[in-house]
Design a protein around this ligand. Structure first.
Ligand code: ADP
Ligand code: MG
Length: 392
C-alpha cells in the first residue's frame, strides 16, 4: 500500500481551518468512511460464469485527491478507527489528507508513519501588544465603571504578554463579589484582540461529568483540551473557578505553568495567551487556603474587584438602559421612555446583590412595556411594575 499520502494537520479554530482548505462536500473523510462501510454491507453475488471476470465483483475506486476531517468529526468515528488511524488512511489512500485538531494519538501515529511529509500548521492567535495595552488603558472607562485599581494592576500583569519571546501564558485570578465587572473586564480585553471569547463556567458541571471533561473520557465526549484546541480567542476565561472541587486542581498545574493542557485524548499548548479565572473569594488569604499553595502560587497575578458604590451601580443602570435602547427599533423607542425605565431601576442600587440581574430585569421591564402598549393597549408603566423586588 502506498505511503505517499500528504498529511497536513491544522491546530486552530474551525473558521480558520475552513478558510485554509475550502472543503467540498465530497471531500469529507467521514463521508468516505460511511460510504465504504455501506459498500461493505452490500452483498454481492458472483455467478460462476462471471467469475472469469473478477473485475466485475469489485467496483473500481478512484484514489481520492483530498480527504478532510474537521475537529468535530472524530467523535463520529469508532474508537478502533481512532486507535488505528493509519489503517483507516491506508484503506482510503487519498493523495492529500487534511486533519483539523485531531486527537493526540492520531497525530502521534501519523507523525511516525508519514514523518517525511507530515506538515503541522498552527493558527496565530491574536496576541497582546503594547498598543493593546494603550487601548486597554484608554477605553477601560468606556466599558467598566469604577474599578480603577483593577485597571492599574491589570496593565502591569498583562505587560509580560507583549514580549514576543514569551512562550507561556499569563494566568490571572479575578476575585470579589458577584456583579462587579469581572466577566465584563475579561470580555473587554478579549474584544480588543478579537475572536469569540472562550468562556467556560465551571459551576455548570456535575462532578462525574467534570472529571471526564477535564481528564478526558471517550474520544467523543466533550473535553476542555478539545475546547481549547477549537477556541478562537487569545483569552481563555474560566468563570467561577472557585466552584471546581479541589480534586480537580492538579489538572491545572501544567496548564498554568507552561500553557500545555493534556487529557486522555487531546493535547493543546496555548502558548502566549491570557488565562483569566474568576471567583467570589474575598481575599488572597482565602484563595490560598481554598486552592492550596501549589495552585495559588501558579497565578501570575491576583486582582481584587471591589463592591460597587451606590453611585456606581446607578451609572451601570444608566449605561445598560442606554445600550438596550439603542437596540430597539424606531417605533419601539417611541413607546418606551429611557428616563422612566432608569428611574424604575435605580432602587436596585440599594441592593448590590441585584447588580447581576440588572440586565435581565431591564429586558423584562422593556418587554413588559412594549407588550402592554403594542399588544394589550394598556397604559405603559402601570403601578404594579416593580423592578425593585429584591426577592428576585
Ligand atoms: N464595574 C462595572 N462597570 C460596568 N458594568 C458593570 C460593572 N459591574 C457589573 N456590570 C454589569 O453588570 C452585569 C454583571 O457583571 P459581570 O461582569 O458579569 O459580573 P461579575 O463580577 O459577577 O463577573 C454585566 O451586565 C455588566 O455589564
Ligand atoms: Mg462573572
Amino acid at each position: 500500500m502506498a505511503n505517499d499520502v500528504k498529511v497536513t494537520i491544522y491546530f486552530g479554530p474551525l473558521s480558520w481551518f475552513e478558510q485554509c482548505v475550502g472543503k467540498k462536500k465530497k471531500e469529507g473523510l467521514l463521508e468516505a468512511v460511511f460510504a465504504r462501510e455501506e459498500n461493505l454491507r452490500q452483498l454481492r453475488v458472483v455467478l460462476p460464469e462471471d467469475s472469469s471476470n473478477e473485475d466485475r465483483s469489485k467496483p473500481k475506486r478512484k484514489r481520492p485527491k483530498r480527504l478532510i476531517a474537521e475537529s468535530g468529526d472524530y467523535a463520529s468515528l469508532q474508537e478502533h478507527a481512532i486507535t488505528n488511524f493509519p489503517g483507516l488512511v491506508q484503506v482510503h489512500n487519498p493523495k492529500e489528507l487534511h486533519l483539523h485538531n485531531p486527537p493526540e494519538q492520531v497525530h502521534e501515529h501519523l507523525k511516525r508513519i508519514y514523518s517525511s511529509t507530515l506538515e503541522v500548521v498552527s493558527y496565530d492567535y491574536p496576541a497582546i501588544t503594547r498598543s493593546t495595552l494603550v487601548q486597554f488603558r484608554d477605553q477601560f472607562a468606556q466599558h467598566l465603571i469604577g474599578q480603577e485599581n483593577v485597571k492599574e494592576s491589570l496593565l502591569a500583569a498583562l505587560y509580560p504578554l507583549t514580549r514576543s519571546a514569551r512562550t507561556k501564558p499569563v494566568v490571572i485570578m479575578f476575585y470579589g463579589p458577584s456583579g462587579v465587572g469581572k466577566t465584563e473586564t475579561a470580555k473587554f480585553i478579549n474584544g480588543l484582540l478579537g475572536g469569540a471569547l472562550m468562556r467556560k463556567q465551571f459551576s455548570m458541571f456535575h462532578n462525574e461529568k467534570f472529571a471526564s471533561y477535564l481528564f478526558g473520557g471517550g474520544h467523543s465526549e466533550p473535553s476542555f483540551a478539545h475546547d481549547l484546541l477549537d477556541r478562537e480567542s487569545g483569552v481563555v476565561l474560566i468563570d467561577e473557578f472557585d466552584k471546581a472541587a479541589s480534586v480537580f486542581h492538579s489538572a491545572f498545574y501544567q496548564f498554568f505553568d507552561g500553557g500545555v493542557f493534556q487529557d486522555k485524548n487531546y493535547r493543546v499548548d496555548v502558548g502566549r495567551s491570557l488565562i483569566i479565572c474568576t471567583s467570589n473569594y474575598d481575599s488572597e488569604k482565602e484563595i490560598r487556603d481554598a486552592l492550596g499553595d501549589a495552585l495559588y502560587s501558579r497565578f501570575d497575578a491576583l486582582i481584587k474587584f471591589d463592591p460597587l458604590s451606590k453611585n456606581e451601580i446607578t451609572a451601570v443602570i444608566d449605561r445598560l438602559v442606554d445600550v438596550r435602547f439603542e437596540a430597539l427599533v424606531a417605533d419601539e423607542r417611541q413607546i418606551v421612555d429611557a428616563t422612566q425605565v432608569k428611574e424604575k431601576l435605580y432602587p436596585l442600587a440599594l441592593h448590590p446583590a441585584n447588580v447581576r440581574k440588572i440586565g435581565k430585569i431591564t429586558d423584562e421591564l422593556i418587554s413588559t412595556l412594549l407588550v402592554r402598549t403594542l399588544i394589550c393597549q394598556d397604559p405603559p408603566l402601570a403601578e404594579n411594575t416593580d423592578a425593585t423586588d429584591s426577592s428576585r
